[in-house]
Write a protein that binds this ligand. Structure first.
Ligand SMILES: *Cc1c(COP(=O)(O)O)cnc(C)c1O
Length: 385
């Protein structure tokens, strides 16, 4: 089976992990700090705080922006459930903005309309979370301008998009947002097994994120009530969590980060090849911008109306050894969100995107030959009718 995504682990990764295992600190040691600094350099952020998953870091990011009961958080339905769930974990209310029909990214037109309507009834979101779907960066300049106009915070769910660029430079520099969040799950661009990170340009947010991933505890005397009682002393000044990443994971992440430019280069080459090889079939390939700024976490084709039904194509691909997947079942269609009052039909672009989508194999070690095999099988299935 050729999977839709997989990690790329080489001897350097293994040696880096073993070195930490033989050393003094397997958690709360210097490798976490080295990984955070290297991530900050890679994405041009003042600070990066790592944690045990992107889900944890989304939760910490929303909390760092004081999201709580009574607040409204908007994201898009074409995402993994964690983006919305993190708002529920804060006790906030979730709302959705529809996606662009061709990219699956947040529609600035729909956002603009919904903000005007929300403003009229005095129910603006406190936070908007665009998702850089499949590694393609949302129109952050436009979203940032709306954030200025209406006064909401922005967190970029960049789980798919480390290594991608916005119109100026790397994602994670938070040019139009407060915080960006990355995932290091094995199918993502680089991996630490499980893991995530949050980047920011704001030193206060960075300090708060660091505290939230470690129990809300501080050793900074300036933040304490009363006097420090000695060198052992710490205070818990808010509710935090154990969302820490281990040094074992950070060592893997550091080794992976060195190869990230090569990973992205290969993913971009695979995307261009797919587009050339699939161009004549009853399907739509993802949009490739010029210049190509996407990290290409996923390669999502959408079947045309005259193609066989999606389920039939999906099952035929699986039966022939192509480990395709579907990204994503729109979050508002999940029973949990249906119980909160969302209805099928609420976000038509997201629903049609989902109905036609299939994620083809896309990972740096996918060979040209294997990619050609994927293409041949897709062609067979679509032209057999
Ligand atoms: C993978 C993913 C997450 C969650 O990441 P974890 O590291 O698995 O917690 C959140 N949002 C999106 C868009 C994702 O793809």
């Amino acid at each position: 089976m050729i999977p839709y995504g997989r990690q790329n682990i080489e001897d350097d990764d293994i040696e880096a992990v073993v070195e930490v295992l033989r050393g003094d600190f397997i958690t709360q040691g210097p490798t976490v700090e080295r990984f955070e600094a290297a991530l900050g350099d890679a994405c041009g952020a003042h600070a990066v705080i790592v944690g045990n998953s992107a889900t944890s870091m989304l939760h910490a990011a929303y909390l760092a922006l004081d999201i709580g009961p009574g607040d409204l958080v908007w994201t898009t339905p074409i995402t993994f459930v964690a983006t919305a769930n993190a708002a529920i974990m804060c006790g906030a209310e979730v709302g959705f903005v529809d996606v662009e029909p061709d990219t699956g990214c947040m529609s600035v037109d729909d956002l603009t309309e919904r903000l005007a309507a929300a403003d009229a009834v005095g129910r603006l979101p406190k936070l908007v979370v665009p998702v850089h779907f499949a590694g393609r960066v949302c129109d952050m300049a436009a979203i940032g301008a709306l954030a200025q106009k209406y006064g909401f915070h922005v967190v970029e769910d960049a789980a798919h998009a480390i290594g991608a660029d916005d119109d100026v430079g790397p994602v994670g520099a938070c040019r139009h947002s407060d915080i960006s969040v990355f995932s290091f799950h094995p199918v993502k661009i680089i991996t630490t097994g499980e893991g995530g990170a949050a980047s920011t340009q704001d030193p206060k947010l960075a300090a708060r994120l660091k505290r939230l991933v470690s129990h809300g505890v501080t050793r900074d005397a300036a933040l304490m009530q009363g006097e420090s009682e000695g060198p052992w002393y710490y205070q818990q000044i808010e509710l935090g969590f154990n969302y820490r990443m281990t040094d074992i994971q950070a060592a893997l992440g550091l080794a992976q980060l060195k190869r990230m430019p090569a990973f992205i280069k290969r993913r971009r080459a695979l995307a261009v090849r797919y587009q050339t090889l699939l161009g004549d079939l009853s399907l739509q390939c993802p949009v490739i911008s010029d210049p190509d700024r996407s990290a290409w976490h996923l390669y999502v084709i959408r079947l045309s109306n005259d193609a066989p039904p999606r389920r039939q194509v999906f099952e035929a691909l699986r039966a022939r050894g192509i480990g395709v997947q579907v990204h994503y079942i729109p979050v508002h269609q999940q029973p949990f969100y249906q119980n909160l009052g969302f209805k099928i039909g609420d976000y038509p672009n997201a629903e049609s995107f989902y109905a036609a989508a299939i994620s083809l194999p896309m990972f740096p070690t996918l060979s040209d030959d294997d990619q050609m095999q994927v293409v041949d099988i897709v062609r067979d299935i679509l032209t057999a009718g």
